[in-house]
Design a protein around this ligand. Structure first.
Ligand code: ADP
Ligand code: MG
Length: 701
């Protein structure tokens, strides 16, 4: 079929017109025939099933009943009028209720005639009732086309108000099939069709909108999901191949004295197997003449820093400078201190640049950076300022990538003619499916092993009413010489209240843990960086025993002697945040604890989060639960949600199809990178159509 026909503006479809076209566009993003065709049902209703009133369950959706109306009346109340009909079948009676369109309904409803009603059944005032049922005379119902599985399309309140009901959408799609004769050109290659026994495009489209039976529906869904995921993967993988071909990278082919000397004499511990493997992967990348763009995933405490250091040494060995960028001053500072300590017996020149570094101190940094004597620069966003010019930046490491936007990453990139190699480190484990979809164009290394000798953190959930016991426990731990974190939530929308909670909490702790026996630090976002650092410093040095804080300590802070993490209002934190926070303890030789404090009022989802935290320390397992609870869009934030906004596939449920799609995409691009073979023409054509009409989502660059 002429693909251009599918690009026809939706207003031209019979039954649409300019008004409906506007609504369809603003509410569902439908601008063309193609968009409507790709509006896939959320679910299907089994219309072969009829219920009896005496078997109804409270609050059940999609109920279809045969019966008749015996009586109808208008009830007036302060809140307004409603029309109520008594509906009977041979097993019982219920009410039908209308709040809108009462006049028309009253005039048109027939009493004592068999109807088929359909809708949502509520339990209200001791009786079943159905608001605004769909109704059809039984005689008409019996004559009508039998639809076994009725599609339910995405809808919005505004669509409903404008009369664009599910039935209307269904009719429009029928019209679309009529006008286009339902002949949609094939968009997958013969090899896919044969090996995966796929339905043709045409059959799949028909059955997704008008399923003939559940088996064909399942096949249609499989095919369309595969297609969607396949083309996303095609895009990601070809982007990666292109980058490798086109974007030349510095070749770090030397393993020189810096790296070797450090490895032989200055490693403070034996590397774990995972650390060794990851360093190897990165080294191979750096010597391949292409620019590295790699994501390094490793749970909190898995030892990413040492990997970063060794890779930076490799850069220096090859005559380049390296930088490490962290999202907060505290973190940048800690990295600086830690890395300086690691490199203290080497000749490496290293500096720290953050917003609070004084102008006078910046000058020599800028100079030494430009003349090349400074080899490693560690800092915050301050690294991105225009004044910061490297002589020869070969490697940029970004810690905790989820806090940096795309623009910032590419800014680093443009600091030099040939882009530096980029290593993005994250402690937020990303479920495999998400990683494949979001970062399918990046290379990924995973540190999936913790350094030896760590004792798993014991996590418990306690209610606020048990606070005294918790305080007693803290006192015992402090007596043993341990340090304690107490973390309060800080959510932007309720900032003022949250600060009050924090200060109240601080006061009550100060009362229970009085001077001079106990010293308490407090750190929160409203403090000046200098004050924050001072308080943090006192805690790091062990001068204070308790650190009361908001989530500013979430990432990176390393105090091995801290063994207890108390999280207040834990029900308000997301899973990944809880996991990050917990990762602040368990870094020393002692048994560590995480105590999740909550009130008794907990949502089901909050309970699941708490139970998950208590049950496991495994960041990847937690990430999977998080993905199931929140869905991919929420997890990755709106910035990246475009790509996750898939039309039919679901990253949580369709993991297997995703793997298959990726496998086929890799295979195809390996065998025929430019899609020149005759058997791949279909794919080439479909792909270019998708790109041309922007039906492939905008990916992170
Ligand atoms: P993260 O991956 O969270 O950034 P770090 O790099 O801060 O982890 O490492 C956490 C702690 O583990 C640090 O105190 C570090 O010195 C220590 N560490 C890292 N690797 C090892 C190892 N192979 N053996 C022992 N301790 C290690
Ligand atoms: Mg770290």
């Amino acid at each position: 079929m002429n693909a251009n026909l599918l690009q026809t503006p939706i207003a031209y479809l019979k039954g649409v017109g300019p008004n409906r076209a506007d609504t369809l566009r603003s509410e569902l993003g439908i601008a063309t025939y193609q968009d409507l065709l790709n509006l896939f049902p959320n679910r299907y209703i089994d219309k072969t099933r009829y219920y009896k009133i005496n078997t109804l369950q409270r609050n059940s959706a999609d109920v279809q009943i045969v019966g008749k109306i015996v009586n109808i009346k208008t009830i007036e109340q302060k809140r307004g009028k409603r029309l109520v009909a008594t509906f009977l079948d041979e097993t019982g009676q219920m009410e039908l209720v209308w709040f809108r369109g009462q006049k028309w309904i009253r005039e048109n409803l027939k009493l004592n005639v068999a109807y088929v009603i359909f809708g949502r059944c509520n339990w209200y005032n001791g009786a079943f009732s159905m608001p605004h049922p769909e109704m059809e005379l039984l005689t008409e119902h019996q004559q009508g086309v039998k639809v076994h599985m009725q599609p339910v399309y995405p809808s919005t309140e505004k669509l409903g108000n404008k009369g664009i009901t599910n039935r209307v959408i269904s009719k429009l799609i029928q019209q679309l099939f009529t006008e286009t004769k339902g002949r949609f050109s094939e968009s997958l290659a013969p090899v896919h069709m044969q090996e995966l026994k796929l339905l043709s495009k045409h059959e799949a489209m028909f059955n997704i909108h008008f399923p003939k039976n559940s088996e064909l529906l399942a096949k249609a869904q499989f095919r369309l999901k595969f297609e969607e995921l396949f083309y996303i993967q095609m895009q990601l993988i070809s982007k990666k191949l292109l980058r490798k071909q086109k974007i030349k990278g510095y070749n770090f082919d030397q393993v020189g004295t810096m790296f070797n000397d450090f490895f032989a004499h200055h490693l403070p511990f034996e590397l774990t197997g995972a650390q060794k493997r990851v360093i190897k992967e990165i080294r191979a990348d750096l010597g391949s003449n292409a620019q590295m763009n790699r994501l390094l995933q490793g749970d909190v405490g898995s030892g990413k820093t040492i990997v970063a250091v060794m890779i930076m040494l490799l850069a220096i060995d090859n005559g380049f400078q390296a930088c490490l960028m962290a999202p907060t001053e505290i973190l940048a500072n800690q990295h600086y201190q830690g890395i300086k300590e690691l490199l203290k017996n080497t000749s490496v020149q290293c500096a720290l640049l953050t917003g609070s570094v004084k102008q006078s101190a910046r000058k020599p940094i800028h100079e030494n950076l430009e003349n090349g004597t400074l080899q490693i620069l560690i800092g915050t966003h301050a690294l991105l300022e225009d004044k910061v010019r490297f002589e020869n930046l070969g490697l940029a490491i970004v810690d905790e990538q989820h806090r940096f936007g795309v623009a910032q990453r590419s800014k680093l990139w443009h600091k030099n003619e040939i882009p530096p190699h980029i290593l993005v480190m994250t402690a937020t484990p990303i479920p495999r499916t998400l990683a494949m979809s979001l970062y399918g164009d990046l290379d990924i290394s995973v540190i999936d092993e913790l350094p030896p000798g760590r004792k798993p953190i014991k996590t418990v959930h306690r209610f606020d009413s048990n606070r005294l016991k918790v305080f007693r426990f803290i006192r015992d731990e402090i007596k043993k010489g341990r340090q304690i974190y107490v973390v309060y939530p800080l959510i932007q929308e309720s900032e003022a209240l949250d600060y009050k909670d924090l200060m109240d909490g601080y006061e009550s702790i100060a009362r229970d843990f009085p001077l001079p026996d106990f010293q308490i630090s407090i750190v929160h976002g409203k403090m000046k960086p200098a004050d924050k650092d001072y308080e943090m410093e006192r805690f790091v040095k062990g001068e204070t025993q308790i650190m009361v804080a908001t989530t500013v300590i979430e990432v990176g802070v390393n105090v091995p002697n801290a063994s207890v993490m108390i999280i207040e209002s834990a029900e308000r934190f997301g899973l990944s945040q809880l996991h990050q926070l917990r990762g602040r303890v368990g870094r020393g030789a002692d048994q560590s604890f995480c105590i999740l404090m909550t009130s008794h009022k907990l949502s089901t989802e909050a309970k699941t989060r708490l139970e998950t935290m208590v049950a496991t320390n495994d960041g990847f397992e937690i990430a999977e639960v998080d993905l199931r609870l929140r869905g991919p869009g929420d997890i990755m934030g709106t910035q990246q949600s475009g790509i996750l906004n898939m039309k039919i596939a679901d990253l949580v449920k369709d993991n297997d199809i995703l793997q298959t799609a990726r496998h086929y995409a890799i295979k195809l691009l390996k065998e025929d990178p430019r899609l020149e073979k005759p058997e791949n023409l279909i794919v080439r054509h479909a792909y270019s159509q998708l790109v041309k009409h922007k039906n492939i989502w905008n990916y992170i660059s």
